[in-house]
Design a protein around this ligand. Structure first.
Ligand code: FAD
Length: 398
């Protein structure tokens, strides 16, 4: 039987980072897809938003409030500077855009995958593609690992195993949630899971005529009437609810709460004050040649304007202003894991130590999205993949 010191399950963002940090001929990287880093290459609309100037623990979510301390400690060891230095040491140059989002200068995510792939190869890491780790068993101080590929099943003995196998979001990139079973088989639990950074389903009564309309808005997410997040950007109305960058960003705050009372309050004219709008409409209501129902023509997109008038049920200025500034939609769910960028929830951080080693199964480590940590939109999830893999790299090098 083949024996290996370190077996890494998954050649995604965290697996490639780890292999690049500790790689040698005694490290095996097993990837179920036919290429490494397929998801990494698709990130940030193909541009690779790998981190953010604003990285900090406040940009992350976990279901165990006691775990924030642990995340903070790890981020202080491996934050954005360390990520930039790491990629620069591999040959990339990273730059931040006006919103603080950090990208490779060439704005090509696949180039980062290439640099990691070249590095892993020159280190002599054994890369097994189109091969799935289907079972893990404890054997002595190590692990009996079952892999499966076109040629059939194989057993490998590994002294230590690192699960870098991702979560349940975007299964076309190899992450269908099946890796949680590997952790469970070695004694771990998994929290409730939810899709995040995803489109939101809403009550569609008032948006039926708006499919495909894009409106620059300020959107507040309210849980039980209390504001939990506020973002400004484009909202795209769809037949199931709302999409667009701003909705992705807000979904991180509410995607696990959609069975409760979650509402989006959309300000359709964020750059115009309520008073100014009221004044304009008061003047306009005197223009008798404007047809009934068209009072918002020239102020909002025509279809949007008609939907507002219909919803206000009158052309009273106060009613119209209220709907324009607070166009409310009840959130009823998300579009689901196939459309989500990230999984909320995972293996609890309380089940791993400060080096991300399993407390109950020594020699097993967990990195990246498989853990109960998810970030806001803007580079924070790739930063977490890098941070967690780097922490493990230190532990394995020592
Ligand atoms: C379309 C899209 C765009 C995104 N854009 C951004 C962005 O711009 N910025 C950002 O910060 N985050 C982004 N994300 C999120 C980010 O890509 C993930 O959070 C991050 O890749 C997670 O890293 P990971 O190493 O934990 O898992 P992944 O990168 O998902 O890698 C896991 C790997 O494990 C493999 N695998 C799973 N199970 C097995 C098994 N049993 N055997 C062998 N291999 C297995 C999978 O095939 C996969 O390659 C995006 C996600 C998507 C889907």
């Amino acid at each position: 039987m083949e024996k290996i010191k370190t077996l890494i399950v998954g050649a995604g963002a965290s697996g490639l980072t780890l292999a690049s940090k500790i790689g040698n001929s005694d490290v095996m990287l097993v990837e179920r897809l036919d290429r490494v880093g397929k998801k990494l290459s698709a990130t940030g609309n193909g541009q690779g938003n790998v981190s953010n100037e604003g990285v900090g623990v406040d940009k992350y979510f976990t279901s165990d409030t006691r775990a924030y301390n642990k995340i903070e400690k790890m981020l202080s060891r491996y934050g954005k500077e360390e990520l930039i230095r790491f990629f620069e040491s591999k040959g990339a140059v990273l730059t931040a855009d006006e919103r603080g989002r950090i990208y490779p200068a060439g704005k090509q995510a696949s180039a980062l995958t290439d640099l990691l792939r070249y590095d892993v190869a020159q280190r002599g890491v054994k890369v097994c593609l189109s091969t799935r780790v289907s079972a893990l068993y404890r054997q002595g101080d190590g692990f009996l690992v079952t892999t499966e590929n076109e040629s059939g099943k194989k057993s490998i003995f590994a002294q230590r195993v690192v699960l870098c196998a991702g979560g349940k979001a975007a299964k076309n990139f190899g992450t269908d949630g099946s890796a949680y079973a590997l952790a469970k088989s070695l004694g771990h639990s998994v929290t409730a899971l939810y899709p995040s950074l995803v489109q939101l389903k809403t009550d569609t009564e008032h948006i039926k005529s708006l499919k495909g309309i894009r409106v620059y808005s300020q959107v507040k997410a309210l849980i039980n009437g209390k504001e939990v997040a506020c973002e400004t950007g484009d909202v795209i109305f769809t037949d199931y609810g709302v999409s667009g960058d701003v909705i992705f960003r807000l979904s991180a705050f509410v995607s696990d709460k959609t069975e409760g009372d979650v509402t989006l309050s959309i300000d359709l004219l964020p750059d115009i004050s309520e008073q100014k709008l009221r004044d304009v409409l008061q003047q306009k209501s005197k223009l008798t040649h404007i047809p009934s129902g068209e009072i918002l023509c020239g102020i909002l997109n025509n279809q949007m304007g008609r939907a507002v008038v219909k919803r206000a049920k009158s052309e009273s200025v106060n009613a119209l202003v209220d709907v324009v500034k607070r166009f409310k939609l009840k959130v009823t769910g998300t579009l689901g894991y196939d459309y989500a960028q990230v999984t909320k929830g995972g293996i609890p951080l309380s089940e791993v130590d400060d080096e991300l080693q399993s407390k109950s199964c020594k020699g097993l480590y967990l990195a990246g999205e498989i853990l109960d940590v998810d970030g806001r939109c803007g580079g924070y999830n790739l930063q977490w993949a890098f941070t967690s893999a780097s922490v493990i790299a230190d532990a394995l090098k020592n």
